[in-house]
Ligand binder design. Structure first.
Ligand SMILES: Cc1ncc(COP(=O)(O)O)c(C=O)c1O
Length: 414
């Protein structure tokens, strides 16, 4: 038998049947309305996209400040690519660490009010790398039950005991901390919760952490650029710079680029650079993404009107929804959740929204807890009044038809 014949023979014997379970598992997801596939964007122009040949208003992007399509940001990316190349070529600890990365790190550290900063190639990797650097076997990690999946994965990968506290429930956090039985402890929370748009009780967390000697980490993915003075985030808004040990954020949302970052004291950042496997064993971000993020940061700090516009869009949408009886949590960023409940109903609601010319997909488990599937609407500072009116009209219509007032936000084993 030739090598090729042998391969064909092996495939016939077992290759196909060994993966047959996937089809039945996929069928199970389909039946539960939980199958997912990416939506193909055929064209994009700021807040408008073409999808399946249809023009739609984009109400599902985390490009909150509209900087991903800002000419100055795009120009900075193009110039960096032409000068520094398309890729960084190596991990940061080999030869991939450029002046562009160092300048961005220094800018982010100053922006967040911390001594130093380390940039990762994504926010996901920043969370996983940081948590696994700070805690391990014998330690405990105290994690809000609605934290982002990248935090959950970091907690799981760390090997520390995971003590999940009820959403923003400081008494529950304290009771878990009080029971002891761990060497080191880390409290980790989203600053703005990605699927609910509400904010963490950072003062409560800082108090418990100080009382029990716990480290603290806040994920500012959805707050950076949007919340707080100059968009410096929820930690700055609460006046807790320095009191919170580690502030993480992404470059992929309001800063319109890609990558993640972690700000902390220099010794902590140095430790993360030495221990975070997702930093050490990952190619450094591309020059264009670094330069774009630096330019976007500069603009985000200066152009306060973008945050003001988000706040005004948000309050108008919230008021319109409240008028028809839809109660929302206290929102501070650019996320407006419309909880529908059932996954299949959320899919129907997203379809109805799309028929009305607005794109915001159904968010279903495991992204949100069971029974709280929703439409997650996100706002962009660059929406004009007519775009705002289109969103308000479409959302009000969908809310009237689909809203399940009994749905409550709860926890699940995410
Ligand atoms: C709260 C939160 N943290 C981290 C991340 C991961 O960031 P990135 O998309 O840059 O990997 C996200 C992304 O959705 C997020 O919502």
């Amino acid at each position: 038998m030739t090598g090729q014949d042998e391969a064909r023979f092996i495939q016939k014997q077992g290759g196909a049947s060994a993966t047959a379970w996937i089809e039945s598992e996929m069928e199970r997801l389909r039946r539960a309305s939980l199958e997912r596939s990416p939506y193909l964007v055929e064209a994009i122009d700021g807040g408008e996209i073409v999808m399946g040949g249809q023009n739609l208003l984009l109400a599902a992007s985390n490009n909150y400040l509209g900087l991903a399509y800002d000419e100055r940001v795009m120009q900075a990316a193009a110039e960096a690519a032409l000068r520094w190349g398309a890729g960084s070529g190596a991990s940061p600890l080999v030869s991939g660490y450029s002046k562009l990365q160092r300048e961005l790190e220094a800018g982010l550290a100053a922006f967040k009010g911390y001594e130093d900063c380390v940039v990762f190639s994504s926010g996901y990797l920043a969370n996983v790398g940081t948590i696994t650097s700070l805690v391990g076997k014998g330690d405990a990690v105290f994690s809000d039950e609605l934290n982002h999946a990248s935090i959950i994965d970091g907690c799981r990968l760390s090997g520390a005991e995971i003590r999940k506290f009820r959403h923003s429930d400081i008494e529950h956090l304290e009771s878990l901390a009080r029971s002891g039985g761990y060497r080191r402890g880390l409290v980790v929370t989203d600053g703005i919760f990605s699927m609910d748009g509400d904010s963490a009780d950072l003062c409560g967390i800082a108090e418990v952490a100080a009382k029990y000697g716990l480290m603290t980490m806040v994920d500012e993915a959805h707050a950076t650029g949007v919340v707080g003075p100059e968009g410096r985030g929820t930690v700055a808004a609460a006046g807790l710079e320095g009191a919170i040990d580690v502030v993480m954020g992404t470059l992929s949302k309001a800063l319109g680029s890609a990558g993640g970052f972690v700000c902390a004291r220099s010794d902590v950042v140095g430790w993360i650079r030495n221990r975070a496997r997702s930093f050490i064993f990952d190619t450094a971000p591309a020059p264009a993404t670094l330069a774009a993020a630096s330019k976007a940061l500069e603009i985000a700090i200066l152009e306060e009107w973008r945050r003001e516009r988000i706040a005004s869009l948000r309050s108008q949408i919230v008021k319109a929804l409240e008028r028809i009886g839809v109660a929302l949590p206290r929102l501070e960023a650019a996320i407006v959740p419309l909880v529908i409940g059932d996954a299949s109903a959320a899919l129907e609601a997203a379809k109805a929204l799309r028929e009305l010319g607005v794109f915001a997909p159904a968010i279903r488990p495991p992204s949100v807890p069971e029974g709280t599937s929703r439409i997650r609407v996100t706002l962009m500072a660059t929406f004009d009044d007519s775009q705002r009116d289109r969103i308000v009209r479409a959302l009000a219509e969908v809310a009237r038809r689909f809203i399940c007032r009994s749905a409550t936000v709860g926890a699940t084993d995410r």
